[in-house]
Design a binder for this molecule. Structure first.
Ligand SMILES: *Cc1c(COP(=O)(O)O)cnc(C)c1O
Length: 354
């Protein structure tokens, strides 16, 4: 039975990736050993790590441009403080576009002055603030490119010479942007890349080493770069599975080709939200995310019926986050348009039945 999994995270992965990852748990590269029982210093695993990091740079078009890719632990949440630990000397600017940005701001304040460049909190983060000033003296500007909970996404980057750093946990590898505009990108694996347990960090090496404070080894990007993400035992399963997803993405035409599919999927769901009089979108139209579509029933009286129809259609994970309510359809890279179609058909059917 096919379940249409709209979970926001941990979320859907390509079926062939799950199959290959399962096989490797039993027997990696015909060695007779399990992926999770071999040394991370073995040739088999060192190759996996190398392949994963080079695929990440290749897909982002950041090869030979001074960037290093790392697979670390601690989730995107650890990056909230690790970025500031390594980069915040005096003052940094943060764009507050939701719960994750708010958490990043809270952590950064432990290390220096934080300027909130703009915030959309006044409207429960249903839009992306624009037209704010950026002081040239900031150490960096931090953005959350996709706001998983609220369903908004930054479509145009601010123009500035200040280094940009971004939490791309929920839209990395989904949209073909110029990634070289960023000096540091981080993304927890469990939205668009792999299982929970690892975080991809892509960092331009020459921005490091400029803060005065001492940095504990585990939190120092330079230590992890030096040790090729093997300063300590890496999360082997999460890295391997992420590598498989990146391979899948490459084989399927890379980011440009997935972007095309993603925009077909998001157009399909947003067209239904806009044309179906029972529903309304949450995020302002020009800032809508191509990964997380947030919407509500105009009349809660239809909730029970809609939920039941979703369940009968094998739709899973469409409940909105508690801070927004309503519904959220997460349509990450691995989701096929046929699943979005099933949801859209249920929305149409509801309209025809009430
Ligand atoms: C899920 C998410 C996080 C938190 O990630 P963890 O890996 O659980 O720490 C941070 N930022 C964004 C944008 C997210 O979607």
């Amino acid at each position: 039975m096919k379940i249409h999994n709209f979970s926001a995270g941990p979320s859907i992965l390509p079926e062939e990736v799950i199959k290959k990852a399962s096989d490797a748990i039993l027997n990696i590269n015909n060695s007779g050993l399990s992926l999770i029982e071999i040394s991370h210093r073995s040739k088999d695993f060192v190759e996996i790590m190398d392949h994963a990091t080079s695929l990440a740079l290749e897909l982002l078009n950041l090869e030979n441009k001074g960037y290093k890719a790392l697979f670390l632990q601690g989730g995107a949440s650890l990056q909230f403080l690790m970025t500031a630990y390594n980069l915040l000397q005096n003052k940094a600017g943060y764009l507050n576009t939701g719960s994750w940005s708010t958490k990043a701001i809270k952590e950064a304040k432990l290390f220096g002055e934080v300027v909130e460049l703009a915030s959309s909190k006044d409207k429960n983060f249903n839009y992306i603030p624009k037209g704010f000033d950026i002081d040239q003296n900031l150490d960096y500007v931090h953005l959350t490119t996709n706001n998983t909970i609220f369903g908004t996404q930054i479509k145009a980057l601010p123009t500035t010479n200040v280094p940009l750093i971004a939490d791309m946990s929920s839209d990395i590898f989904s949209t073909n942007i110029d990634f070289s505009k960023f000096d540091l990108i981080y993304a927890g694996a469990q939205k668009n890349m792999g299982p929970a347990g690892t975080t991809l960090v892509v960092v331009k090496e020459d921005i490091l080493g400029k803060v005065d404070r001492q940095i504990p080894s585990m939190l120092d990007y330079r230590v992890h770069i030096d040790k090729d993400s093997m300063f300590n035992t890496p999360p082997v399963f999460a890295v391997y599975t992420s590598m498989l997803t990146l391979q899948w993405l490459k084989e399927n035409g890379g980011i440009s080709s997935i972007e095309e599919k993603n925009s077909k999927k998001s157009n399909l769901i947003y067209n239904e939200i806009d044309s179906n009089e029972l529903f309304e979108g949450f995020a302002s139209i020009e800032d809508r995310s191509c990964m997380n579509a947030t919407f509500n029933l105009k009349n809660n009286q239809h909730k029970e019926q809609f939920d039941k129809m979703c369940k009968n259609a094998n739709i899973s994970g469409v409940n909105g986050h508690r801070s927004v309510g309503g519904y959220r359809a997460s349509i990450y890279n691995a989701m096929d348009i046929s699943s979005v179609n099933v949801l859209v058909e249920v929305m149409k059917e509801l309209k025809n039945n009430v």
